[in-house]
Every structure is written in structure tokens, then in C-alpha cells.
Ligand binder design. Structure first.
Ligand code: ADP
Ligand code: MG
Length: 363
């Protein structure tokens, strides 16, 4: 494997129209070399089209794709030296695992001994050493997908492109392979660009995530930053669950804070730039404390009535009606102070920095 630091992949105003619809609309992104980068968005948002333009299978109607200083836009797919892994792994059923992995090397004219050695190394990378002589039907779904990964890695591609690589697998298997995919990427240090519609998958595997909505990038950043500091209603809602409080913000006596008014009042950390006027706040259900008595010293506290609760193993989810509207609260079940029952009177509270002021981009 090459010791060189992989080059960054740059998308500059990349666009694609089908008919009169721009399915990818002026997307600019820097994908750092050697990073695990995810394109995350709902179905139909343009992720696959974007990936196909990076691969060279779809020609952009505008913009450019560059690797390091080199413009790839005119370079045909087969000359880009990018590996691809798709959802339907489609191994050749009548070839052994070893032959499947070595296939692209045979097409490239490599000799038998080198093909075998490289195929073995690629299978070792995905922890399938010794499986060379099996046939695909003798493998589990997860193992087949690892063969597909080995097949894409065997010719040492500059970049690996993955389109929903794990979505055909069941939950337990998928989680195991997420960790393995991430571990393989770290070990070989190549750039992986992965399309997914699964938030947990993107959060757990990626160095960076671009959230795609309607052919545009809604927000791009590190997983924890996107989760903690969503810029918009869409991102806060798509990446995990949020409560939204629509109201007004006014200056507060406390430095760095604003007073919010939404059927009740409280304090929220001021955004950058600090806003006043109509605003939307996003508040994660897990950042709200629930108690049977009124908490003292909390700047955000709301009385409420429990309308429902459900036990989900690690957490208890409650719905609570408050003067600011219905709220979802999620408490870790191991330290739940009590088991909230419907019609019970409770108090909710949270810290000023628990809520985030977001752009109201509700459709
Ligand atoms: P995603 O991968 O996020 O689900 P796609 O990139 O596959 O989204 O598709 C984005 C939009 O472009 C969808 O509305 C889809 O129907 C449309 N689209 C994709 N490919 C074509 C095509 N070859 N011809 C016409 N429309 C297409
Ligand atoms: Mg797709």
C-alpha cells in the first residue's frame, strides 16, 4: 500500500439535472484525504447521483471534481482508479471467493501468482483469510459483503466509494460490519466516501458527514458537532430526535444568554451572531431532566403533565404536555428517578446550553 498521504477530493459547484429538475445543485465539498466521509440524507436527496459523479459514471452538467490538483471531470470512470462497493454485492456465483476478488486484476492483465497474492492480502484485510476456495453461496450475507469490499480494495484504488454498502443486512450484522468497515479504513488509511440514509451508521463510522437535502448540502462537519450544533430544523430533526420550541428571543441580563418566550420563558445560550426576535430552538429529549417536584436554581423549568411513557430498555421515553407545548423526554432507565405514569404532574428542566437556536427551514 502507498505510504503517501492520500489527496483530498474536491467538489466545486457540482450539479446535475434530469429534465428540468436539479437533483444535485451546486455542491461544493472538501473530502479530506484518508478520511471516512459520509453523504447522509433521505431517499431521493441526490446522494447516489453525487457519488456517481465522483466515480465518473454520471457526467455533471456543471462544476468540477478534483483529486488533489488534478481535474477529474474529463477523466472516464475506468481511468479514475476508484473502487466501488454497492448495496447488492452481486458476487459472481460460479467463481470462488478468491476468483471473485482477483477478477479485476485478471482484467488488468496481471499474472496468476501476483493475482493470488494480492487477492489473499485483500481477503486478510477484511478478515476472510482462508476463504479463497469457497463459493459465495457458502458465505453469510455479511461475509459476502466483506468479499465485495476485498474485491474493491484489491487493486489499491485511490478512493473507495460505497453506496449503502450495509443496507441489505439485518441490524445486528450491520452494526458489526460498521465497526469493521471503520477499522479497515483506519488501517489502510484510504479515503472512503460512503452514501447512507442511516443516521446511526453515519454517526458511528465517519470522520465527517455531509447532510444532503434536495440536492444540496444542508450542513457538513464532524459527527458530534452536527449532532450538538445542528444549524437548521432539518438537521436537528434528521440527526436524532429533537423538541422544537418556536417563540421570541429578547436580550437577557445574563451575559451570553437570551431570554426565550414560548408559552413560558427561560434562558438560552445566544447564537453567533446573537439573535433577538422570532426564533426556533431545538432541544434533545436526552438533555431534559424530569422530577416530581419543582427544581430550584434551574433557569429553564416547565411544569407538565405526563401523557404517555414507553420503556425502551436503555431509556424511558415520556411525552409531557407543558405550557410551551408537548415535549419528548428520554431518561436513561438505570437512573430514572421514578417511573412516570400518565396524568402525573412533573417538572422538566434543562441548562441554557442544552438548547440550540436553529434556522426554521420547515417545509
Ligand atoms: P438518493 O441516492 O439520495 O436516494 P438519487 O441520487 O438516486 O437519490 O436520486 C435523486 C433524484 O434524481 C431522485 O428524484 C431520482 O428519481 C432522480 N434520478 C436519479 N437518477 C435518475 C435518472 N437516471 N433519470 C432521471 N431521474 C433520476
Ligand atoms: Mg441512493
Amino acid at each position: 500500500m502507498s505510504e503517501r498521504q492520500p489527496e483530498a477530493l474536491l467538489l466545486d459547484g457540482v450539479s446535475k439535472a434530469y429534465g428540468k429538475t436539479w437533483v444535485v445543485d451546486r455542491v461544493s465539498l472538501t473530502i479530506p484525504g484518508g478520511s471516512f466521509f459520509s453523504l447522509l440524507g433521505p431517499s431521493g436527496s441526490g446522494k447516489t447521483t453525487l457519488l456517481m459523479m465522483i466515480a465518473g459514471f454520471v457526467t455533471p452538467d456543471g462544476g468540477s471534481v478534483r483529486l488533489g490538483g488534478r481535474d477529474l471531470t474529463p477523466v472516464p470512470a475506468e481511468k479514475r482508479n476508484f473502487g466501488m462497493v454497492f448495496q447488492g454485492y452481486a458476487l459472481f456465483p460460479n467463481m470462488t471467493v478468491g476468483e471473485n476478488v482477483a477478477f479485476s486484476l485478471r482484467v488488468r492483465g496481471l499474472g496468476r501468482a501476483e493475482r493470488d497474492a494480492r487477492a489473499r492480502a485483500a481477503l486478510d484485510t477484511v478478515h476472510l483469510g482462508g476463504f479463497e476456495d469457497r463459493f459465495p453461496k457458502q458465505l453469510s450475507g455479511g461475509q459476502q459483503q466483506r468479499v465485495a469490499l476485498a474485491r474493491a480494495l484489491v487493486f489499491e484504488p485511490a478512493v473507495l466509494l460505497l453506496d449503502e454498502p450495509l443496507s441489505a443486512l439485518d441490524k445486528k450484522l450491520r452494526e458489526g460490519l460498521q465497526a469493521e468497515l471503520r477499522e479497515v479504513q483506519r488501517r489502510i488509511g484510504k479515503t472512503f466516501v460512503c452514501v447512507t440514509h442511516d443516521q446511526d451508521e453515519a454517526l458511528s463510522m465517519s470522520d465527517r458527514i455531509a447532510i444532503v437535502r434536495g440536492g444540496r448540502i444542508a450542513q457538513e462537519g464532524e459527527p458530534d458537532d452536527l449532532f450538538e450544533n445542528p444549524a437548521s430544523h432539518f438537521v436537528a430533526d434528521f440527526l436524532g430526535e429533537s423538541n422544537f420550541l418556536a417563540g421570541d428571543l429578547t436580550p437577557a441580563a445574563e451575559p451570553g444568554l437570551l431570554r426565550w418566550h414560548a408559552g413560558a420563558t427561560g434562558l438560552v445560550q445566544a447564537g453567533q451572531p446573537s439573535q433577538a426576535g422570532p426564533a426556533l430552538m431545538a432541544l434533545r429529549p436526552s438533555k431534559i431532566a424530569i422530577a416530581s417536584g419543582e427544581p430550584c436554581g434551574m433557569p429553564n423549568r416547565l411544569p407538565g403533565i405526563v401523557t404517555g411513557s414507553s420503556y425502551r430498555g436503555t431509556a424511558i421515553h415520556c411525552r409531557v404536555d407543558t405550557p410551551a407545548g408537548p415535549m419528548s423526554v428520554s431518561l436513561p432507565s438505570w437512573r430514572a428517578p421514578f417511573n412516570p405514569e400518565p396524568d402525573q404532574r412533573v417538572w422538566l428542566s434543562w441548562a441554557p446550553d442544552a438548547a440550540v437556536i436553529v434556522t426554521d427551514d420547515r417545509a
